[in-house]
Design a protein around this ligand. Structure first.
Ligand code: AMP
Ligand code: ZN
Length: 138
């Protein structure tokens, strides 16, 4: 896609700091990292988000994400890492080319994506469960 910044990075038109590359994907440092070692894994083929990607590519990219996270633990002395993946503007996706974030975590930070746990009223969990497990219309 001509106007996709990540496609242009993959094509070499825009510079990137690549930590890994294979036939299917690249991993590069995020230009505005949450913290040291924040890395993005993206397929070389353009897909808007995870709903458009074939299972084999999803599996391969998550496998690469795991390796990058483990490398951050060994090489950067990270204490752990988060794998974050946003789909759609409402979910915080700003670049519409599927990608996975690997964010190394250290005892001193960075602050992490978080949510406030809620206590659903009676029946709310059951109602959601029924929607998520309902048979599709014939
Ligand atoms: P998301 O909000 O999940 O779509 O994440 C997009 C990420 O891409 C953000 O964390 C940006 O900092 C990062 N980003 C945008 N442009 C570049 C670039 N040219 N090189 C590296 N990372 C980038
Ligand atoms: Zn693209």
């Amino acid at each position: 896609m001509d106007n996709c910044i990540f496609c242009r990075i993959i094509a070499g038109e825009i510079p990137s700091m690549r930590v890994y590359e294979d036939d299917c994907c690249i991993a590069m440092l995020d230009i505005n990292p949450a913290g040291p070692g924040h890395t993005l894994i993206l397929p070389k083929q353009h897909f808007q988000d995870i709903t458009a990607v074939d299972d084999a590519t999803v599996g391969h990219l998550f496998s690469v994400a795991r390796k990058i996270g483990m490398r951050a633990e060994f090489r950067l002395n990270a204490d752990g890492f988060n794998i974050v993946q946003n789909n759609g503007a409402a979910a915080g996706q700003t670049v519409p080319h599927f990608h996975i974030h690997v964010i190394p975590r250290f005892s001193e930070g960075p602050d992490m994506v978080s949510w406030t746990p809620t206590e659903p009223a009676d029946g709310v969990l059951q109602a959601v469960l029924e929607k998520l497990t309902a048979e599709e219309d014939a």
